[in-house]
Design a protein. Structure first.
Length: 969
């Protein structure tokens, strides 16, 4: 096929996409697959022929016969679970190389036509036709170079009129040729589409003029419609007269290739054929991205006047770039047995180029978007498949004879045809009834086993009836029936089966076709339900027990799905209209002053009284907002009615208190509750919070004014500073005697502590205080000095640095400190280390006692809520330290503690004992005894001198010694 003098070839873009959807009745598990020779383009075109009760599938393979790529036509029939295909003997004469036999094939009413648009050296194009089982005959209705006649083809409904298109004729203007055989030819009016229009790019026939058959012919690119494409609606060549154009449909986006594919059939079953137009190069433009070649399909519904209007059309757009949704469209006939023809749309380059087919089921609503029945992916049949959805069989084809139109899809890039049979569709008509058909909660006629106890409950009898029918369905099936109670509120489970205490029941039930089967179950209402206003719905959800057999039945997904919902109303004492309109009247009082002192810890009470002046208020509730400055404590049980149930504000329930005050709160009844709260002031000096009441059914607008009340609370700060001081040691004395002896340790050191305390109850956001530290006596003598910078002993404060080394010119030292925040009860303590100075004690000898007076002053500089502090008086305090003089040293000695002599004696004894032990160890106390005496008294004289003079070697040698010695003798 030529484009601008060259062959026209259907070129596409491959972009990966992915989509998943549940299957319906095309049996993807059991397809019939036919495969052609590699690279033969087997599946490029498809048609089905019905003749004498037999059905045959014709498959075009325009590049078959690799010797010269002349192409071929195959005739396929079912053989087990496959399609058995044989080449059809089409006798061709002349230059057949690259003729592309099988590029188009069509069949209707026993007549089949196959074309080779590249036939001949000058690419004139040629077709062949066959009636019944007769051999194919040559058919060359037009003789023009570079015409590609047969690129598109169609047959009239009776198979007697042939329509062939040559989009490259007349320098790509295009030409449509019609005839009843090889001798009778009528051509269209000379093309007025412009120089490059590709008229007759696609052709289809149908009853587009009421019950009169006509032609639908597209142009590939029409310059007068911004090259969007155009579709012409023509009269048929009835009685071999020239066709007349009646109207046209134009594309809606430049370059979308409106008219690339056509299908004409009745979608909404109104007896008038509708027109489906494919535009595979439609593009989606958004602010965030551009999706090229997603494709689109336009469906034009014929009006009662035989018109096709844009306002009476439907646009279905693809979603995947490069998918080319709408490249092929086809009438499937009634594929799901509902009496409406169905639409197949091919997107051969979706899903990564493997291809996807979309099935839309027709209906009287004309809304195909809501009836996307199935999506079939080519990769489900062969992972490596390409271009699945490039071609379809146009018109109903029921190969297996079960009364349902089957789907046959070509994938020429994989040389494959996939035939997918349609399964019989079961249509169930089920019923649900309650007896009684409404319930009164106060009427309890059944006994349920709840928590091990027998409880009287409100109950009803549920009856469900099952029935099924359908075209070609088996005589009996097994169904899996699920009944769900309170289907709209499954978590609440207000209605339960009496046997199981569950809200879901599932069972397998066997059914016979067109035979109703009914069963009954008792159900009861839970005693603790909250929603007593909304009707309770029960639903039956059927399913067919799955079998693995081919063409097993499947349950309908539309009106015949058997899903039935039945409501069980709850009786309400709401008058004849059964609509309760309450009138809740709320009063709110607070037992507290309107002003709250920050830090006081005072609790606040909110007393609420709600009176229902009209009909019952179902689901009556009270709400109290809790801003961050308000904390919920509890509800006062002594004041609050016992049936009131409150839920504290938290992350789950939200920042408000919710109280259930009656379900229903009966007419003319009053409810009371008391809420205890504790304010937690923040930055603002006041808060507002809402108290309100409502019920499930709204009141009249005229009575709702008293359903809300805005409460307010003002915050105030009250605080007082207290000052104090103490010293360590508590008393100071100076030894004047030691001072006069110039002893360095005569002047004592001491520590002074100064305290600033917030007596509350509120916080103080800022405070300043000053300590006046004395250094000289009134007479001008130095007596006191700081030894170190002030330090913070307790709390948080900052103090200025004081000049320790400099003489203060006989003035006191001023210590200034600042505190940023002091909470109620918190204190700040400043530590001062000081030492007495000797000058005053030496110069004022006649003064026995000195007093050192420190002055502390403090004032508040900031309070919460930007409260004025100018009128708060300054706090002050004096601290007096008394210093005494003593003149005698001993008077300074204090009595020796009793333990000192005791310990001293023990230590001395231990030392003496240790020394004695050492002397004994070294023999200090050992005696040297004299030699043993051998003489006896008998042998010795009675007397003798102690020592003879001549033997005394130790006689005195000095005059003194001698004198002493002589005196002794």
């Amino acid at each position: 096929m030529f484009l601008n003098g060259f062959l026209l070839i259907k070129v596409t873009v491959l972009i990966a996409t992915f989509i998943v959807i549940d299957s319906f009745n095309f049996d993807e598990k059991y397809p019939l697959i036919a495969r052609g020779e590699s690279e033969s383009y087997f599946g490029y075109s498809l048609a089905v022929q019905e003749n004498s009760g037999e059905k045959w599938l014709f498959v075009g393979a325009p590049r078959d016969n690799h010797l010269n790529n002349a192409g071929a036509l195959y005739k396929c029939g079912k053989s087990g679970q496959n399609l058995n295909c044989n080449r059809v003997n089409v006798i061709t004469v002349g230059s057949t190389a690259e003729q592309w036999l099988g590029a188009s094939v069509t069949s209707r009413s026993g007549t089949t036509m196959v074309c080779s648009p590249r036939f001949g050296e000058r690419v004139r194009g040629k077709c062949y036709y066959s009636r019944g089982n007769l051999p194919f005959e040559s058919y060359a209705p037009w003789n023009e170079d570079i015409c590609q006649l047969g690129y598109s083809s169609a047959l009239s409904s009776d198979g007697n009129r042939f329509y062939t298109g040559g989009p490259s004729c007349t320098k790509n203007a295009g030409r449509l040729v019609a005839s009843t055989g090889p001798t009778t030819i009528r051509d269209d009016v000379e093309s007025l589409m412009g120089d490059v229009s590709y008229y007759s790019y696609a052709i289809s026939t149908g009853k587009i003029w009421g019950q009169t058959e006509g032609l639908v012919v597209s142009t590939g690119f029409h310059q007068n419609s911004n090259f969007a494409g155009k579709v012409e609606l023509l009269d048929s060549y009835d009685k071999l007269t020239s066709a007349t154009k009646r109207s046209s449909l134009e594309g809606r986006q430049p370059g979308e290739h409106f008219g690339a594919s056509l299908a004409v059939f009745d979608i909404d079953n109104d007896g008038r054929d509708d027109i489906v137009v494919g535009a595979p190069h439609h593009t989606i433009y958004t602010n965030s991205e551009i999706k090229f070649d997603v494709g689109a399909v336009y469906v034009y519904f014929q009006t009662s006047k035989g018109l096709y209007e844009k306002e009476n059309s439907l646009n279905i757009t693809g979603q995947f770039s490069g998918g080319q949704f709408g490249f092929a469209v086809a009438n499937l006939g009634d594929s799901n047995g509902d009496g409406y023809n169905d639409l197949a749309v091919g997107a051969p380059y979706e899903d990564g180029g493997s291809g996807v087919v979309y099935i839309y089921h027709g209906s009287h609503t004309k809304n195909l978007l809501k009836r996307l029945g199935q999506i079939l992916k080519g990769s489900s049949y062969q992972p490596s498949i390409r271009s699945f959805g490039f071609s379809f069989i146009s018109g109903a084809s029921d190969f297996d004879g079960n009364g349902y139109g089957d789907l046959t899809v070509g994938a020429y890039e994989s040389d494959m045809v996939v035939h997918i049979p349609a399964r019989p569709v079961v249509r169930m008509t089920n019923k649900l009834t309650f007896s009684p058909n409404s319930i009164t909660l106060e009427k309890k006629e059944c006994t349920a086993k709840i928590g091990g106890s027998n409880v009287q409950v409100t109950c009803s009898k549920l009856k469900y009836c099952l029935n099924y029918d359908g075209k070609g369905v088996p005589g009996s099936i097994n169904t899996n029936i699920t009944i769900i109670l309170d289907v709209q509120q499954p978590k609440a489970q207000r209605l339960l089966f009496l046997k199981t205490n569950q809200n879901i029941m599932t069972q397998i039930i066997g059914l016979s076709v067109k035979t109703e089967l009914c069963q009954e179950e008792y159900v009861y209402v839970r005693p603790d339900i909250r929603d007593k206003l909304t009707s309770i719905e029960a639903q039956i959800v059927p399913a067919i027990v799955v079998t693995n057999a081919p063409l097993s039945p499947i349950l309908d997904i539309y009106d015949g799905n058997g899903r039935v919902t039945k409501s069980l109303p709850i009786f309400k004492d709401c008058g004849s209209d059964d609509i309760c309109i309450p009138d809740l009247q709320m009063t709110v009082t607070t037992i507290a002053a309107g002003t709250y002192i920050q830090g006081s810890g005072e609790r606040w009470t909110v007393d609420v009284t709600i009176y229902n002046a009209e009909e019952d208020a179902f689901g009556a509730e009270f709400y109290l907002d809790f801003p961050p400055e308000l904390s919920y404590i509890n509800t006062d049980k002594d004041f609050t009615d016992s049936f009131v149930l409150c839920f504290a504000p938290d992350q789950k329930n939200g920042p408000f208190l919710r109280c259930e005050i009656g379900n229903p709160l009966r007419s003319k009844k009053t409810v009371r509750l008391r809420v205890i709260v504790e304010p937690k002031p923040g930055d603002d000096n006041s808060i507002s919070f809402l108290a309100q009441t409502n019920s499930t059914i709204s009141e009249l607008e005229s009575t709702m004014a008293d359903n809300k009340k805005l409460l307010s609370l003002t915050f105030k700060a009250e605080a007082k500073l207290a000052l104090g001081s103490w010293t360590r040691p508590e008393e100071l004395t100076v030894n004047v005697t030691a001072l006069q002896l110039n002893e360095t340790k005569a002047m004592p050191e001491y520590t002074q502590f100064c305290e600033v305390r917030n007596e509350g109850p509120s916080d103080i956001l800022g405070a300043k205080f000053r300590i006046v530290f004395p250094t000289y006596t009134p007479e001008g003598y130095a007596i006191n000095e700081l030894k170190a910078q002030p330090t913070i002993q307790t709390g948080a404060a900052t103090c200025d640095t004081v000049p320790l080394a400099e003489k203060p010119n006989k003035k006191p030292i001023y210590i200034d400190c600042v505190v940023n925040r002091i909470t109620g009860g918190q204190r700040v303590v400043i530590k001062l280390i000081a030492q007495l100075v000797s000058e005053a004690f030496l110069e004022q000898l006649n003064t026995d006692k000195f007093t050192l007076t420190s002055v502390i002053t403090a004032n508040i500089t900031g309070l919460p809520f930007d409260q004025d502090v100018s009128k708060i008086p300054m706090a002050s305090a004096e601290v007096v330290v008394v210093v005494k003089k003593i003149a005698k040293q001993q008077n300074l000695l204090k009595a020796t503690p009793w333990w000192i002599p005791v310990v001293s004696a023990i230590v001395a004894t231990a030392i003496i004992a240790g020394v004695a032990g050492l002397l004994h160890h070294y023999g200090f106390f050992k005696r040297n005894r004299p030699l043993e005496m051998t003489a006896t008294l008998e042998t010795m004289p009675e007397s003798q001198p102690l020592q003879p003079m001549n033997q005394n070697s130790n006689r005195p040698t000095s005059e003194v010694d001698r004198t002493v010695y002589e005196d002794s003798s």
